[in-house]
Design a protein around this ligand. Structure first.
Ligand SMILES: N[C@@H](CCC(=O)N[C@@H](CS)C(=O)NCC(=O)O)C(=O)O
Length: 336
């Protein structure tokens, strides 16, 4: 069994844990974490440093199971800068069997999935599905997600819809650091509680505010009755209060002292009304401080990258007639 770092993948950071995505099995092209399980015996080769403290540019070893103390033995620790591969390149004809994420960063659950995957160095092929071009109605996309919504995931023959299911699948498959989706029964239940609540609360009003305040008047040229917008903004305010009082309280993050997937799901929602010019954080210092903490934990660059598209949505050229017809069903839902 030989491994090499996938040159297209970001170099993951060493977290002292047991997961190092960004590597590919050379023969099959299968993407995945470069982990050797406790039961593995056999020959391995690696590029870059092999263990913390080692400065070897690569090497090989014969491993004999079982490994005594750790559940996983990390084999490659990436070094800063280009990693010397020291191994022949994978054959270009190798079919991609790796993870594919179908996303449009205009969509808030897509941004949560994108940030999570990138932050954790999970190797994936980005398949952009542009909602405003109606690409989610294509037959090809229906094969991946018959619900015709993004985000969607394809991992080999396995397909998955629904952002929460996707986030949890990724956290389990790539064994991401525990704080994202904790093992502890009650800590995990707190995250589940938020994820269950947000679908019928924050999510509804954030998307409605964004469309009613910006997309209808600016993009579609359709005025929204002032009383409709006022009612939606009042509902957003009510949800923000619940977010602060029930979830954030005096904690650093929504479900405790560490960032979890709940924070990603929440912040990506709140950036929707922000993109439409709503002052979501200005009169809410607690929430504003939380936003800063989330941005810092995610990393400012990744946060900006994930939100660049939606923050520029106000500059979209007006939709043409065909586009409006395509969006008609969605518009009816969002004007309720
Ligand atoms: N519950 C789903 C919602 C997915 C969803 O509604 N996605 C929107 C974008 S935010 C979409 O694809 N809309 C296209 C449509 O409804 O036509 C999830 O969390 O993934």
């Amino acid at each position: 069994m030989t491994w090499q770092r996938d040159p297209g993948m970001p170099v993951p950071s060493w977290q002292g844990g047991d997961l190092h995505p960004g590597f590919r099995e050379r023969e099959s092209g299968r993407a995945g974490a470069l982990l050797i399980g406790p039961k593995f015996s056999g020959a391995i080769q690696w590029a870059g440093r092999a263990w913390p403290g080692s400065d070897s540019p690569g090497g090989s070893a014969q491993l004999q199971a079982p490994w005594p103390s750790k559940q996983f033995l990390p084999v490659v620790v990436p070094v800063p800068g280009p990693v010397p591969l020291g191994l022949p390149a994978a054959p270009t004809a190798t079919p991609t069997m790796g993870l594919e994420l179908y996303l449009d960063l205009m969509s808030q659950p897509c941004r949560a999935v994108y940030i999570f995957a990138k932050k954790n160095g999970i190797p994936f092929e980005l398949r952009t599905v542009e909602l405003l071009k109606g690409q989610h109605y294509s037959d090809a996309f229906a094969q991946v997600n018959p619900l015709r919504k993004v985000p969607a995931l394809k991992d080999g023959d396995f397909t998955l819809a629904e952002s929460v299911a996707i986030l949890l699948y990724l956290s389990r498959k790539y064994k991401t650091p525990d704080h994202w989706y904790p093992q502890d029964l009650q800590a995990c239940a707190r995250v589940d509680e938020y994820l269950s609540w947000q679908h019928t609360a924050l999510r509804n009003c954030c998307i409605q505010v964004m469309w009613q305040k910006m997309m209808f008047p600016v993009f579609l040229g359709e005025p929204v009755p002032p009383e409709t917008l006022a009612a939606t903004l009042a509902e957003l305010d009510r949800c923000l209060q619940l977010l602060e009082d029930k979830f954030l309280r005096n904690q650093a993050f929504l479900t405790g002292s560490h960032i979890s997937v709940a924070d990603l799901v929440a912040i990506t929602e709140l950036m929707h009304p922000v993109s439409a010019g709503c002052q979501v954080f200005e009169s809410r210092p607690k929430l504003a401080a939380w936003r800063q903490r989330v941005e810092a934990a995610v990393g400012k660059d990744l946060f900006q990258e994930a939100h660049a598209v939606v923050l520029k949505a106000k500059d979209l050229p007006p939709a043409d007639h065909a586009m409006k017809e395509k969006l008609r069903p969605l518009m009816q839902i969002l004007l309720k």
